[in-house]
Design a protein around this ligand. Sequence first.
Ligand code: ADP
Length: 772
Amino acid sequence: RIGTAALAVQVVGSNWPKPHYTLLVTGLCRFQILQLLKEKPYPVAEVEQLDRLEQFTNQHKSEEELGELSEQFYKYAVQLVEMLDMSVPAVAKLRRLLDNLPREALPDILTSIIRTSNQEKLQILDAVRLEERFKMTIPLLVRQIEGLKLLQKTRKPKQDDDKRVVAIRPNRRINHIPSTTEDEEEEEDHDDVVMLEKKIRTSSMSEQALKVCLKEIKRLKKMPQSMPEYALTRNYLELMVELPWNKSTKDRLEIRAARILLDNDHYAMEKLKKRVLEYLAVRQLKNNLKGPILCFVGPPGVGKTSVGRSIAKTLGREFHRIALGGVCDQSDIRGHRRTYVGSMPGRIINGLKTVGVNNPVFLLDEVDKLGKSLQGDPAAALLEVLDPEQNHSFTDHYLNVAFDLSQVLFIATANTTATIPPALLDRMEIIQVPGYTQEEKIEIAHRHLIPKQLEQHGLTPQQIQIPQVTTLDIITRYTREAGVRSLDRKLGAICRAVAVKVAEGQHKETKPDRAEVGEGEEHVTEDAKTESISDTADLALPPEMPILIDFHALKDILGPPMYEMEVSERLSQPGVAIGLAWTPLGGEIMFVEASRMDGEGQLTLTGQLGDVMKESAHLAISWLRSNAKRYQLTNASGSFDLLDNTDIHLHFPAGAVTKDGPSAGVTIVTCLASLFSGRLVCSDVAMTGEITLRGLVLPVGGIKDKVLAAHRAGLKRIIIPRRNEKDLEEIAVNIRQDLTFVMASCLDEVLNAAFDGGFAVKPRVERLNSKL
Ligand code: ADP
C-alpha cells in the first residue's frame, strides 16, 4: 500500500492508429494509503506522506548514523558507473549526479536505473526507513557489478551492448510510475514482437518486402517503446503482414450464369450488359487477361455502381468501392511517406487490406470528379494503378515496396468524360450508359425498386399496391431525371407513409376496445376512406388492405406535383425556340429566348454561357444577317440590316448553370429567325445541331439522352443533324414511334421544319447581265 506521489510533466501520444500514450512524471515522495475513498471512475484515497523531502537537507543526524552504509553504497555506485562507457553523455551525467545528489536519494534513483525486477523495485519502495533501503539496494548493486564483470570477461570485444542497456535507462530523478503490470506488459510486448516476426516469416510476402520487414523488426526490437516511432513501425509491420500478398479468391465464371444474373439484377441497359458479357467471356477463355479497364459513363442513378457490384458477384470476387469524388491529393491514392506524422497507406492498399484478397473488383467511383491541388495530381497517380503494363509493381509511398495489382479488376464510373484527364481516359474503355425512357423506368420500378423498398420497410404486396399509372405519375410529375434514384426515393417516401398506416392498423387490431371507447363517436364516410390515406378521420378503423396508392394518395404523401408540362405556354410569342442540351445528369430541354430593342447593334448574352456557346450565337447572327434578304428578315424599322439601330438580347434559362457546347447553334438561329420574322416556332419541335458560317448543320453528341429528354417533355418533332441519323438506332422502337425526326444537313431545312408551313425562301431571280 505504499506508492510514489508524482507530478505529471508531459503526456505524449495519439489515438491513431491505436491508442498509445507515454506519460512523463516526476516522482516526489513516498506515500501510504490510509483509506480508499472511492474507486470509480478513478481511485481517490486519503494518504500520508512517508518521507519528507526536507529531511535530506537538514537531518544531519541521519548522516552520522547511516554514514557507513551510505559510504559503502556510494562506493559501489561509483564502481558500477565507472564500468560503463563514460563517453555516453547520459553516463557522464549520472556520474556527476552521484556526487551532487544527497546520498539519501541514491538508493531510489539507482534502483530505477539498474537492472531489477519489478518485484525488487517494489521492495525498495516499501522500505520506508533509509537504513533498510540502503541495505536492500546494496546487494542489487553488487549483483549488477558482478554481472557486468562477467560479461566483460566473456564478451570483451562486444561490451558496448551491455553498456547501452544500462545507459538507455532513464537516468534522472524522473522515474516511471511503478506498476505491477509493467513487467508483464513489457514481456507481453516483447512476445508480440516475436509473434510479429514469426508472422512476417511465415507470410507469403514478396522477397523484397520480406527483406524490408526483417530489417524493420530488427530496428523495432532495439527501440524503446516510448518512442513515437515504435508505434509507427509496428503499425507498418502489422499492415505488411495483413496485406493479401498471395491470397486470392477463385474465379467462378460461367457466362450463362453471368447473363442470367445480370438480367435478373438489371432491367434494360442492353448495350452495357452486352459489353460486360463480352468482357467476362474473354476472361473465361483467357485467364490472365490484361484487359481494358471498363469505365461506365452516364447520368447519376442509372445503375453504374450496381452493375459493378453485379460483376463482382458473377465472378465470385470481393467488391470494394473507392469513392474518388473530390480527392485532390495524390497521397490519397498512393499513401504518405512514413516520415510524416499520421502517415498512412493510400486507398488502393487500404482497400486491399479491407477485402483481404489480391484479386477483388475495385470500383473507382466518380473518376471525373478528381480534383487537383498543390499536393499533386491524383489522376497521375491513378495512371500507374490502371496501366496493366505497370501495375504489377505498384509502389505505395507508405509501403515503399512494390505490390502486385495486376490481379485486381478495376471498373471506373463517371458522369461525363469531359473532365477526365485525357491520359486517364486513354487507359479506359468508355461504355456509355444513357438514361432510361419512361417505359423502362416503370419496368425498373416494378421489377426492382418497389420490391426492394417493400422489403426494406417490412411491407408485403398484400399491404400496399402501386399501380403502373401511379408510377408513371411519379415519374412524370414528381421527378425529372435520367436515372431512377429520385424515383427510388419517392417510392421510399410512399412506403414510409404506408408503413405508418399499417402499423397503426395493427395497433388498433390488438387493442380494439380502446379504439372504440376513444374514437367511437367519429363517423367515417366511405368516401373519406378511399380518398385519402392520411385523412385523420379514418384512423378509427384499420385501413383496408391492400392500401391502394392512387392519384389522391400520391398528392397526400408527396405533396402537389413538382413538374408540369410547360412547353406550349412558353412558345406563345416570337423569339422562343426549344433546344436540346446534354448535361452530366442526362438530357434536358432548353428554352432559348431572344428579344430586340432599340440600340446600336449590340448582342447581349445571358445564362452563364461558355466561349463555344457565345461563338455559336455570333455565328447565328452573322448567318442570319447575310441571309436576311433571302428570308425577308427585317429589323423593327423594316431594314434588311438586322442590327441597324437594334440591340439583341439572347437568354438561356436556368441562368445559374454554366452551359457550353456547340449544339445550341440551330436553336439560336431558329429563335432569332422567329424574332426577326415575327412568326411563332412550332410548339412541339425541339432541335439540336452545330452550325457553320455557311449554314451547314454538323453532328453533335448525346443524341440518345437528348431524344429521351424531348420525349419526357412531351415534344413530338425533333430536328437533328443528318449525320446523327445513325445514333437513332440506339433508341427504343416505341420511343421512335412516338416522335418524328427531321434530318437536317443545312439551316434551310431546319427553318423549314421548325415553322408551321415552312419558312419561305424568296426565290432568287437569276439575272443575266449581258455585256453586249
Ligand atoms: P449510379 O452509380 O449510376 O449513380 P446506382 O448504381 O447507385 O447509380 O443506382 C441507383 C439505384 O438504381 C440502385 O439501387 C440500382 O439498383 C437502381 N437501378 C438503376 N438502374 C437499374 C436497372 N436497370 N435495373 C434495376 N435497378 C436499377
